[in-house]
Every structure is written in structure tokens, then in C-alpha cells.
Design a protein around this ligand. Sequence first.
Ligand SMILES: [Fe+2]
Length: 390
Amino acid sequence: MPFYRRVGEVPPKRHTQFRQPDGSLFAEELMGQEGFSSDSSLLYHRHRPTAITSAVPFEPPAWSRVPNHPLKPRHLQTGKLGGGPTGTVDPVLGRQHLLANDDVRISYVEATEPSPLYRNAVGDECLYVSAGAVTLESTFGALELVEGDYAIIPTSVIHRLVPKDGAVKLLTIEATGHIGPPRRYLSVRGQFLEHAPYCERDLRAPAAPILAEGYDISVLVQARRGWTEHVYANHPFDVVGWDGCLYPWAFSIHDFEPITGRVHQPPPVHQTFEGPNFVICSFVPRKVDYHPLAIPVPYNHHNVDSDEVLFYTGGNYEARRGSGIEQGSISLHPSGFTHGPQPGAVERAIGIEAFDELAVMVDTFRPLDLCEPALAIEDTGYAWTWNRTV
Ligand SMILES: [Fe+2]
């Protein structure tokens, strides 16, 4: 994360004696990225964060993954997903994988139960809340998430997701590295620049530590070679304070300030985050192209190096009207296929002054495979919808 934050109690000097009321030392932990060469935070635990008493293999729900072959644009209807793969549907183990490659995995879950304590050691996670509310509890404190919020959870942060007031619907994007704001929007020291569509004031992060008591606490760890259940001697939520530039943070899509122009602006103006070999973009309600002869919907396009995933989460997506796309739909427009507005959309859009649409886009730079749950909810006629007039 680009800026320094300090929460709870920390000693005035790092790596010095910091004592608990009984005189014993707090256990200092550095969480840092890229081998001491990037962002980090120092956390002060009541107990040793290293004390585990058991490690056993864990088998999470898993699905087969098949290539997008024959190559087709796809329409996935998340409303047809039904329950998760486990008896209780929680926001981690209840995720139904939809699209994946070796860089990123995109899943969807409608969860009602708290997740286990969980640590993703493979990479950062980006959550998008499409409906409901959930509390992200972590060693850094609590973060309340509501409809429209993105949350970035750095690699290996031990956390738990607790749905509030019924079900929460989440799109989850699991990376194999770190997710952050686009570099072109940041100064050399990491401050958001004036042309960025959001800035520090729009971000939220934990404001107070969570102190939980407990012994023999299970934590599920997703690592590159598989999942393990670690049992910690003491509850990992025992941090009295932390400071640094690495922590979970949230940003509401409703705070994304759209960049518009006289003629149609390309998708990079919607970019919100970047990760290794993928980007995440936000399409938000906005005034559209105001040249007197402007065509407000996109031109047919073929971004030859990307598979493009769009999750339609609110409003009306004008360019897709007539295709069967609706709220909760996910489209995949792969490299090797030219896509564009539905027949009639260009003509209908002329003269429109504003779009009321809300969508999250993930563009990957390597092809996405289809996971088993995606095949079960595919609208198989979507590929042919450009070949008709609605
Ligand atoms: Fe596109």
C-alpha cells in the first residue's frame, strides 16, 4: 500500500524492547514483500507468531479446469450457481471457481457463514462485494465491507471473513503476486498523482487492533504446493499494534471518479488495480462522450494480448443489451475473438448523455481456462448473439 499507517501501540524505536504489563516482551513480527525490498509492516504480538502445534494436509473443494476450446466468447450466469460445494457456505471454502490461469483465479460465492481463519500464501486477494456486507477480521484489525467495496488482502495475512446480516455476494480474484494501484497513478514515493481516479482519502484500513483469546486455533494455509491446516498455540489475533505500509485496505467502486472525453475512452481509463499479468478495472455511472457526433458505446475491438472478463454488478450495460447479459452475469471475451456492442447498440446509444452501469473487469494477459462450475452456468448461445438484430 502506498502510505504509512500506525495502529494501536508500537514502541518509539523499531527492533527495541517493548514490554507487556507483566514485564515480558511483545513478539515483534515483520511482514514484508519482495525479500526486504518492498512494503512491510511491523506487528507486535502478545504471543509468539511462530508457535504452531500441528500441520496436516487439507483438501479444499477443487474442480477440473478446461481450456476455452473451441475458442468462444462465454456468458456465465452467476445467479444459477446455487449453493457452494460444502455444507456451510463460507466466503473462502464456498468459492466456486469460474475462470483461472496460472496468474489469477476468479471465483464467486454467496456466503452466509463465517470463514475459517485463512492465510493465502500464494498471493494477494482482491474481493469485490456485489451485495450484502462482511467484516474482514485480520491480525491488523477489522475492516467493514459493504456493497461496492473492493478489499485488497496482502499475501499471507491471517484473516477471517464474517458475513453480516444474511448473505454476502463476493467476486474473488486470487493473484499469484501482489495487487496494487496502477503505477502510472503513483509518484516515485507512492503518492497518488492528480490524474488518478482515486486517492488516499478514498481508502480505508483497520483502525484498531483485534485482541482475541484462545488456544489451539486452526488456520488454513493456501500455499503453492497445496493447502495445510496449521494449529496455532495461541489465537493469531493477538496484535496490540502495528505500523508500516503493508495491510489490508478497502476502496469503494462508488468513489472511483470516471475519466471521460469528447470521444470514447479506452478501458485503461477505468483501470483500478494491477497485478502480475492482469489488471482490474471499474466501469461506473458516468457522463459519456460529448463530441457532437460521438458514439458513446465501445467500437468493436480486439485486444490481442488479453482475455477480458466483465462482471456486471449494477445498472444497465448499454452495449450488451439484447445479449442476455444481466445483473450477476460474467462475460469472457478471449484473445482471438473480436467483440463489440450488440447489434443495434451503436444506433441506440447516439445522443445518450450518461450511462448508469456498474461493472468490474479483469483483463488477463494469458488465456483463461474454464472451471467446472463455470461450465454448469454457461449460456451456451451467447457466442452467436452478435449475429442477430434485437
Ligand atoms: Fe472489451
